[in-house]
Design a protein around this ligand. Structure first.
Ligand SMILES: O=C(O)CCC(=O)C(=O)O
Ligand SMILES: [Fe+2]
Length: 169
């Protein structure tokens, strides 16, 4: 669907063949506090896409461009989809990687399940020609996903600044 919205369905097979999928089930214990506490620090995911489902207890927050944190209100029978750094780089910045965190308060425990779609380590993340023109020059040099994943361990930066310091042009 995302590739379709970019008019790039032709890359679907390439992505399917070069992606791996991790499943994570997370439990965020009720804090019993009135004030919200940060249980998962602000970060961007390094991967292509993260697909999340939660048990009706809000907690995931996305940072807006002006730095505010907004709760993600999950609609019934829907999934939350987050764009990761690799997809941001592949789309030459058209898809925005999203800074997010989890905060909790009160007495309800939150459960989330996530499917993390990541490029295989050998996959070279390289923006296709469709995304590059005079108005949109290439932002990131092509890179091997595995090298970027290693790099993320050595820096506290997240998202666009992390990509820029790794492979920015
Ligand atoms: O549990 C959530 O809603 C978010 C989890 C998350 O951001 C992550 O595991 O990277
Ligand atoms: Fe995340």
């Amino acid at each position: 669907m995302v590739l379709e919205s970019l008019g790039c369905e032709k890359y679907l097979n390439e992505h399917l063949g070069s992606s791996c999928y991790h499943f994570r089930w997370s439990k965020y214990k009720a804090t019993g506090l009135d004030d919200r506490e940060v249980l998962l620090s602000p970060h961007t995911d390094q991967n292509f896409l993260t697909i999340l489902y939660q048990n009706g207890v809000n907690g995931l927050e996305i940072q807006t461009k002006n730095g505010e944190w907004n709760f993600v209100q999950q609609l019934p029978n829907s999934f939350i989809v987050l764009v990761g750094d690799s997809f941001h780089a592949w789309s030459n910045g058209r898809l925005r990687t999203q800074m997010h965190r989890v905060t909790m308060s009160g007495f309800a425990t939150r459960y989330s399940i996530g499917i993390f779609v990541s490029p295989k380590p050998w996959y070279v993340v390289s923006a296709p020609d469709e995304f590059i023109d005079e108005e949109h020059p290439l932002h990131y040099r092509p890179f091997e996903a595995g090298e970027y994943f290693e790099y993320t361990k050595s820096t506290g930066a997240q998202g666009e600044p992390r990509l820029k310091s790794f492979c920015g042009i």
